[in-house]
Design a protein around this ligand. Sequence first.
Ligand code: AMP
Length: 211
Amino acid sequence: MRLVFLGLAGAGKGTQALVLSEKLGIPFVSSGDMFRHHLSQSTDLGRLAKGYMDKGELVPDEVTIKMVVDRIEQRDCRKGFILDGFPRTLAQAEALDRALGKGPVEKVLYIKVSEEELVRRLAGRISCRTCGTPYQLDALPAQAKTCPKCGGELYQRADDKPEVVRKRLELQWPEVQGLAGYYAGQKKLVEINGERPVDQVGSDLLKAVGA
Ligand code: AMP
């Protein structure tokens, strides 16, 4: 099953995609996590991406497309994959279609959440430096300094700071709309209301993929 998650930052794509990937037994491929991994390893790609990421801007298509396409061509993605954070532009969506050829994307799951709610969620979000899991500050015990899942250090992503959040959302809105139109044209788009409890959104997603 080849799936794409679509939605603005903070819509819950990462959280839901991780759960779905475990349930379906297919890899979860997040372009943002891949960039953050390169960044933490100080690779050439990481150094290049850092300048864009810190400002909340997109990393150029050319490098992003190559990084993701190389990943989904690996053996473990033969049974399928869940993409999160990619494609972000029409050029990326078209490149993905070309790369997949006769085994195209089957469903695009668009998690919709209002901008107001997104700013609230992102500004209150902290993430684990080791496993990448995001948490809402107000949902963690007051003294928590480490990740409840893996014990890694918790930190606020530079691009989750409120001033960067609004810019990311402003940039993302037309992109998400454009991609939703592109995949609606291919009859692959499924819209999910993301302003509900995590498990309800999760069960809608399972239904949407027929699992
Ligand atoms: P995310 O974790 O998906 O919010 O991504 C964090 C940052 O990584 C973004 O703000 C971009 O700078 C970069 N990034 C992630 N995915 C892409 C993509 N598909 N195209 C371009 N830049 C991306």
